[in-house]
Design a protein around this ligand. Structure first.
Ligand code: SF4
Length: 351
């Protein structure tokens, strides 16, 4: 299904999205962030639509954003209608929370008229009371039953442009919920671990859950939730997709963990290389290794790499030595070699 100029589900690649953490009424702030997110590779941005001022800002946000916009609405069908009218490309709302069937119908008809999808987003904290009573607590089965019940409300109105998410803050529950959901429906799935935490634990939890699910073909779009700058969410999302070899997105850094054989000051060097590589878009594999004995061999798969020891640095390509430099010149020599590779690739493409 299309979301603005992007696609979710079917044969489309896994789409990376994030959510603005600015007040939606602050149009300039939100637009600045959508540009930053686009630069990081983000493909869809969700904004909270929770106040009349936020609703008023949507039209300008949709017009000025370089990325499709998803309106995140809770309960209030009028806000959903206003968001759709403002031109958003997707709405996240749980029809079960709107209550009145006629109101749900109004939202569905507006989405149909605009040709935009609706995401049903169930979190462990938003499961209906009757299901909590049935299951005793917010289990993954309860979340799936809740989501499918909400999807049925839309199906009854002949609306099938549905995306579903069932998020937990536990990676295990998230995996269980999406596994069950994928067995029970064919709708595109938005993967997320909700309230995953700050960058380090949030990255680990999201990697566990998304890795398990995406490696088995479950999931069509992902949002890494971090208590951090949304740009960091996008970076983590692409690292997960690169690790699973689902999408290429800029260079891949291979660096050794260091050990008793390490003969150069590797950790700061690897961090410096990582920082510089973030400026590149080319999908190169770059290795930063700690010793000449095993370094080039261990990184034979890398397009280019460096290693060194006892004051001497080595630059290699696909495991073969290209040149020797002084250890302190390694960083510069590596990026000179990377520039050469990129130039050669461009030359090759012209032929
Ligand atoms: Fe140790 Fe060398 Fe392997 Fe790095 S490349 S972990 S220094 S053996």
């Amino acid at each position: 299904m299309s979301v603005g100029d992007r696609f979710i589900g079917g044969d489309a690649t896994v789409l990376v999205q994030s959510m603005s953490n600015k007040k939606t009424k602050d149009v300039e702030e939100v637009l600045k962030q959508t540009h930053e997110l686009k630069e990081a590779g983000c493909e869809l941005v969700r904004v909270a639509v929770n106040t009349p001022e936020a609703v008023d800002a949507l039209n300008a946000i949709v017009k000025g954003s370089p990325l499709p916009i998803c309106a995140d609405v809770h309960f209030d069908y009028k806000m959903a209608l206003a968001a759709i009218k403002a031109g958003v490309h997707k709405v996240r709302i749980n029809p079960g929370n709107i209550g009145d069937k006629e109101k749900v119908k109004l939202v569905v008809n507006a989405a149909k008229d605009r040709g935009i999808p609706i995401r049903i987003g169930v979190n462990s904290g938003s499961i209906e009371k009757r299901l909590l009573e049935k299951y005793g607590h917010p289990t993954y089965e309860a979340a799936v039953e809740s989501a499918l019940g909400q999807a049925r409300l839309l199906e009854k109105l002949e609306f099938n442009d549905i995306i579903i998410s069932v998020k937990f803050s536990s990676a295990l529950n998230t995996i269980q919920a999406y596994e069950l959901l994928s067995e029970k429906c064919d709708y595109p799935l938005h993967l997320g671990v909700t309230e995953a935490g700050t960058k380090f634990p949030g990255t680990v939890k999201s990697s566990i859950a998304f890795g398990s699910l995406l490696s088995r073909g479950i999931g069509d779009t992902i949002r890494v939730s971090l208590t951090d700058d949304p740009v960091e969410e996008v970076k983590v999302a692409f690292e997960i997709l690169k690790g699973l070899e689902i999408r290429a997105h800029g260079p891949i850094l291979i660096s050794c963990p260091t050990c008793g054989r390490t003969e150069i000051d590797l950790i700061p060097l690897a961090k410096k290389v990582e920082q510089k590589l973030s400026e590149f878009k080319e999908p190169l594999k770059v290795a930063v290794m700690g010793c000449v004995v095993n370094g080039p061999g261990e990184a034979a798969e890398a397009d280019v790499g460096i290693t060194g020891g006892k004051g001497v640095g080595i630059v290699f390509r696909k495991g073969k030595v290209v040149c020797k430099v002084k250890e302190e010149e390694l960083f510069t020599a590596l990026f000179a070699e990377i520039d050469k590779i990129i130039a050669e690739k461009k030359e090759g493409e012209k032929k």
